[in-house]
Design a protein around this ligand. Structure first.
Ligand code: GRF
Length: 222
């Protein structure tokens, strides 16, 4: 039996993933509610979307803070105030510090437009086109202190077509993102997501999602 989890969604840009999450929550297809949206960019389209949906929306401009940790402390204060269970990075263009990660241990997730660990960092879609890979996709993962290095929760694959450029491939990936992210959030609501700690044998922590398939896409090749 799922309970309704309170999400704190952090954004910087267009907010199409935020929209997919809000739509799923409003439609009742996920047992989640967006308790607050925090943007570090005042003019982001995501802010407009959030306000239009009647969600508490907080702009916290990182430029007003001495460093990442001070900025994160301000973000954590808002997230705590709003009773957030899970922090969702949806196009949030800031590297987070131990202040946020320590406040929400194993409770910060991100979506990245590439099949990690390939193509971390900026422009994952362009990196895929430039590398000539035939399969690209997106990854939802826990956030750790590295750049897109945290334990992987789920991935969706798409084909890379011969004429693809960053934009056309990006659009195909984004379509998958909008399905993958809400699905993963529902697994959190259902308590299916378990982190298996490292056994100290050099292995990193891994994620087990009980009773769910965590690989999507490319069924046409099957
Ligand atoms: C997405 O491609 C996501 O994978 C990446 O940033 C982009 C955000 O898009 N982290 P949007 O703001 O959700 O439209």
């Amino acid at each position: 039996m799922a309970f309704v989890i309170a999400l704190g969604v952090l954004v910087s840009g267009s907010g199409s993933n935020l929209q997919a999450i809000v739509d799923a929550a409003q439609a009742g297809t996920i047992d989640a509610r967006v308790a607050v949206v925090v943007s570090n960019v005042a003019g982001a389209k995501a802010v407009e979307r959030s306000r239009a949906a009647g969600i508490r929306t907080q702009v916290i401009d990182h430029r007003g803070y001495a460093d990442r940790r001070a900025f994160d402390a301000a973000v954590v204060e808002v997230l705590r105030e709003c009773g957030v269970d899970l922090v969702v990075l949806a196009g949030f263009m800031r590297v987070v510090s131990d202040v946020l990660l320590g406040a929400f241990p194993w409770r910060v997730v991100n979506i990245h437009p590439a099949l990690l660990p390939a193509f971390p960092g900026l422009h994952g879609q362009k990196q895929a086109v430039d590398a000539g890979v035939r399969i690209a996709g997106c990854t939802v993962h826990f956030v750790d202190s590295g750049m897109d290095t945290g334990p992987i929760i789920a991935q969706a694959a798409v084909p890379v077509l011969p004429d693809d450029d960053e934009e056309s491939l990006g659009a195909r990936i984004l379509e998958q993102e909008h399905m993958l992210f809400p699905s993963v959030l529902q697994w959190f609501a259902e308590g299916r997501v378990e982190v298996i700690p490292s056994a100290g044998d050099g292995m990193r922590p891994r994620v087990c999602v009980h009773g769910a398939s965590t690989a999507f896409g490319l069924r046409q090749l099957g």
